[in-house]
Design a protein around this ligand. Structure first.
Ligand SMILES: Cc1cc2nc3c(=O)[nH]c(=O)nc-3n(C[C@H](O)[C@H](O)[C@H](O)COP(=O)(O)O)c2cc1C
Length: 442
């Protein structure tokens, strides 16, 4: 999800039953969280982006007209209210390292981890929109690979704050002696690096996970290296099965190169599921979504992700890969990632109207469950990050039709495990463990 009307389904908000304009309403989010928890979802992922999609036609008009990720609110305040209404559901949230100080971000995540009782995850991104950089007082977006160099150091500061400032046992909370914290077990960090400086004691007492569960989704070569160093869970976005397999293999190899076991991170493929009582009804809805999807909104998104103004292309032009200073993996997924599949501009834009750049699966519960299981077996991924077309209907349908079918097959849990999000998802924790780089700062 995203705290906006149209995340990865431009134009779909115009459907008669769609309620995504309710994003301004707390009830919308609380109900959604409760539906997901009823369906035993591991978590709700909230994406975020800083800036406006104004690459297409060098104008924000297309994005504004079609509500393509604008207007958009901050996702973080949604988490405590949804956490209050649930017990087990995890909350992943994107926060970019591009525009703020590590200390402030670390404090915000510690706060969230306390308030959710250890159910929070951070999707680390480096930002790709020039408009965002300008809004935050930079004349230029930093160079693509340097954004990741800076992110490496950003995380090192965060690890020191989360893992290194407060020793285990520093919090005494001893009313008899009148001692809340033991000063001998709290120490300042001293960081003087290339991009950041931070000196002093972390303000927050350690939260249930200390470091939030770490997600990453950058699929470029440099992004994959960053993911291999830091991520415990990795999002993959590929429109074809072949592309998903290639991405999964590449990231497992990158993990090994970084000295970690290839299965030490869980991989989640982006996917849109359109499931209904019968295959025919699912297909009819898919056709309706195709009709309703906004070409204008999707081309604004794709131009922003790739950094290429697609208004200069004909719909029948073939997309081919070039390095840009925006995100690199979005263009790759519609060009070099799967050599068996060629994409015209029109193909890619129409594809994006239903769930962005993740694959789409349509059918009744048996067909969709078959497809999900075979996708996992053939690509080696560990699970899925589901996008929606109609909100909250897409999730209601998954919970109502698909989850029971997967449970019948023994392919889906029937109860939540206890513990923090890290423990629930990875079966270890609650803290980062060696050989993860973050654990060495504790
Ligand atoms: C499932 C998924 C979710 C993503 N969510 C976000 C997001 O919320 N915010 C963001 O700025 N980028 C998001 N991205 C984009 C990447 O994290 C990354 O910023 C982008 O691909 C550019 O990096 P790259 O050149 O290394 O690919 C997402 C990508 C995928 C596949």
């Amino acid at each position: 999800m995203m705290n906006c009307v149209g995340h990865l389904a431009p134009g779909q908000w115009t459907a008669p039953d769609d309620r995504s304009v309710g994003y301004l309403d707390t009830d919308y989010w609380v109900e959604l969280a409760q539906v997901l928890e009823r369906g035993l979802f591991d978590g709700l992922f909230l994406g975020d982006v800083t800036g406006i999609y104004d690459v297409f036609g060098a104008s924000p008009a297309a994005a504004l007209r079609t509500a393509a990720q604008v207007p958009m609110n901050d996702p973080v305040p949604l988490i405590p209210l949804m956490a209050h209404a649930t017990r087990h559901l995890g909350f992943g949230v994107t926060v970019s390292v591009a525009y703020e100080a590590p200390y402030l971000l670390a404090r915000r995540f510690t706060t969230l981890d306390h308030l959710t009782r250890g159910r929070v995850a951070w999707n680390v991104v480096t930002s790709y929109l020039q408009s965002g950089a300008r809004s935050l007082g930079q004349t230029e977006l930093r160079a693509h690979d340097e954004r990741y160099d800076r992110a490496d150091e950003f995380l090192e500061v965060c690890y020191q704050l989360w893992e290194g400032s407060w020793q285990e046992g520093a919090v005494r909370r001893d009313p008899q002696r009148g001692v809340y914290a033991d000063p001998d077990r709290v120490r300042p960090i001293v960081h003087k690096g290339r991009y950041f400086e931070s000196e002093g004691i972390f303000q927050c007492e350690p939260s249930p996970q200390r470091t939030p569960l770490l997600f990453q989704a950058g699929g470029s070569a440099r992004g994959a290296r960053f993911a291999a160093r830091h991520a415990e869970c990795i999002f993959l976005g590929a429109p074809t099965r072949n592309g998903l397999r290639t991405s999964a293999l590449a990231i497992r190899a990158a993990l090994e190169q970084a000295g970690r076991a290839p299965d030490s991170a869980q991989l989640f493929g982006m996917l849109t599921v359109i499931v209904d009582e019968t295959a025919q009804r699912a297909q009819e809805r898919y056709e309706a979504y195709r009709q309703r999807g906004s070409y204008e909104g999707a081309i604004a998104l794709l131009s922003g992700w790739t950094g290429i103004d697609l208004s200069g292309y004909q719909p029948d032009d073939t997309l081919s890969y070039v390095d840009t200073n925006a995100g690199q993996s979005a263009l790759a997924s519609f060009s070099k990632l799967d050599p068996e599949r060629e994409w015209t501009v029109r193909d890619a834009v129409e594809f994006v109207t239903i769930g962005g750049r993740g694959a789409v699966v349509v059918g009744d519960a048996v067909q969709v469950a078959d497809e999900l299981q075979s996708l996992m077996e053939e690509t080696g991924i560990d699970g899925f990050n589901l996008a929606w077309v109609e909100s909250p209907r897409t999730f209601h349908d998954v919970v109502r039709y698909l989850v029971p079918e997967l449970q019948r097959r023994g392919a889906y849990k029937t109860a939540y495990a206890e513990g923090t999000l890290r423990e629930k998802l990875l079966g270890r924790g609650p803290y980062l463990e060696a050989p993860h780089v973050g654990a060495s700062f504790r």
